[in-house]
Design a binder for this molecule. Structure first.
Ligand code: HEM
Length: 428
């Protein structure tokens, strides 16, 4: 358990060496062991079965924050109904319409960075992804409400990232909520009030069709029986999108920059391709960095039906998850697996079940296309607007931050100089 918490990648590597493609790990506090798998064919079989349930533990911490109607916590028909409603605004033309807002957010952010002194990039990426969620997903305009929401949400995100608050939270929830958990609940209530006020104002103002944020799209969407989401449910889904989409995307961006700044050939090839207005090397860079540094290590299921894993037949009720980093570093799928080489994805995308940073099947990340879209804009804008260098020669270590695998020192960089912004807007 300690090795898993403090040195996750060496621990995984050691399990692979000792036990091969499948093994089970017993975590303290969980009633059953978790079976970890890394053979793409077995992962295909796991994710292809829609009847499997949620992995254990998801609602212990997230339940009180996200609410019981969250798409991340519902199962079966209720879950699928939410996915159907929530997927469209994260794709296609609708998604592409968010580009100018994201570009504007990144450009303001880059302008605020200090010159010629080291600073950690990870918190700056968190600021960008929070702002994207507030403006694109929640669609809250500049004004007093946004000014109040911003620090409150940043506070909630900060607190949910602290293992101490999580533990205290679990312990004190049952005792009437005192101490840090009570403070946390106070923040949550304040956010709820602001979100309900925003929703009520939008309903009475009308004109939702003309708005292009995701909250407005969700307010217009209808379930198959013609019903709309209630205000309480809208609040739950907004909190879900915030918690699922903010830290993950910020961390994926921090890793992408870290890997690029430590691999100058890939960086210069990316810069050249951006200058030519191309984006295939950019896409390959994102695929490769999510392969080598998957942000979420596990995306499991509780089996509803038997699953064949090598010589074993796992019975219903078993908890099974791909060990994502182990899948991504299989030498038989990815030659020279620990090298950062975006070229490997230039001609062909990855095999669906050998590249699972977003999980798979009916619970695959709802914001995956949006996250990659946002990453493309941020990488392109930052790299064309300024010249960054790594601040520390020693490789960045992988540390656990809440449920993510994060750069331990926050990807410290130095901004050498700013460039003219003309090429930043050129590529589509
Ligand atoms: C690089 C960034 C991201 C990563 C690595 C990531 C990863 C994941 C993973 C591993 C899952 C679980 C999938 C499974 O169990 O099969 C998930 C679920 C989810 N993600 Fe993401 N995510 C990212 C960004 C986002 C964004 C930007 C949003 C939305 C704004 C989002 C919304 C969701 C939601 C709603 C779910 C629950 C889906 C369901 O249960 O049906 N994610 N994500």
């Amino acid at each position: 358990m300690l090795a898993w918490v403090f040195r996750p990648l060496p621990f995984m590597q050691q399990c692979r060496r000792l036990y091969g493609d499948a093994f089970s790990v017993s975590f303290v506090g969980f009633e059953r062991p978790m079976v970890m798998i890394s053979d793409p064919e077995v992962i295909r079989a796991l994710y292809a079965e829609p009847a499997h349930g949620l992995p254990p533990g998801r609602d212990t911490i997230l339940g009180p924050i996200l609410g019981r109607r969250s798409v991340l916590l519902l199962e079966g028909a209720d879950h699928l109904a939410r996915r159907r409603l929530m997927l469209p605004p994260f794709h296609g033309e609708r998604m592409r319409s968010y580009r100018p807002v994201v570009e504007e957010i990144v450009s303001a952010e880059v302008d605020s960075w200090p010159r010629a002194e080291p600073f950690p990039l990870h918190p700056r990426m968190q600021a960008v992804t929070l702002e994207v969620i507030l403006r694109v997903v929640f669609g809250v305009a500049e004004g007093p409400r946004l000014a109040r929401l911003r620090p409150l949400l940043a506070g909630i995100l900060q607190e949910t990232a602290s293992p101490l608050v999580q533990l205290i939270g679990i312990a004190t929830q049952r005792f009437g909520g005192r101490g840090p958990w009570a403070r946390f609940e106070g923040q949550l209530r304040a956010v709820d009030e602001l979100l309900h006020a925003e929703i009520a104002e939008r309903r009475s103002a009308g004109g939702l069709e003309e708005r292009d944020d995701i909250l407005s799209a969700l307010m217009l969407a209808r379930f198959e029986d013609g019903e709309a989401m209630s205000d309480g449910e809208l609040r739950d889904q907004l909190m879900t999108l915030l918690l699922a989409g903010h830290e993950t995307t910020a961390t994926a961006l921090a890793w992408a920059f870290d890997l690029l700044l430590r691999n100058p050939e890939a960086l210069s090839r990316l810069r050249d391709s951006l200058e030519r207005g191309e984006d295939d090397y950019l896409r390959a860079t994102i695929t490769e960095s999510l392969r080598l540094r998957p942000v979420i290590p596990l995306a499991g299921r509780r089996l509803a039906k038997e699953l064949e894993v090598g010589d074993y037949t796992l019975p219903p009720g078993t908890d099974v998850t791909p060990a994502i980093w182990l899948v991504h570093t299989r030498a038989d799928v990815y030659p020279d697996p620990f090298a950062f080489r975006p070229e490997r994805f230039l001609d062909d995308g990855p095999d669906t079940y050998a590249w699972v940073p977003f999980g798979g099947g009916v619970r695959r990340c709802l914001g995956a296309a949006f996250a990659e879209f946002e990453m493309r804009i941020v990488l392109r804008e930052v790299l064309t607007r300024c010249e960054l260098h790594k601040a520390d020669p020693a490789p960045e270590r992988v540390a656990r931050r809440n449920i993510t695998l994060s750069p331990r020192n926050g990807t410290r960089v130095v901004l050498e100089r700013r460039r003219a912004a003309q090429s930043a807007l050129s590529a589509a």
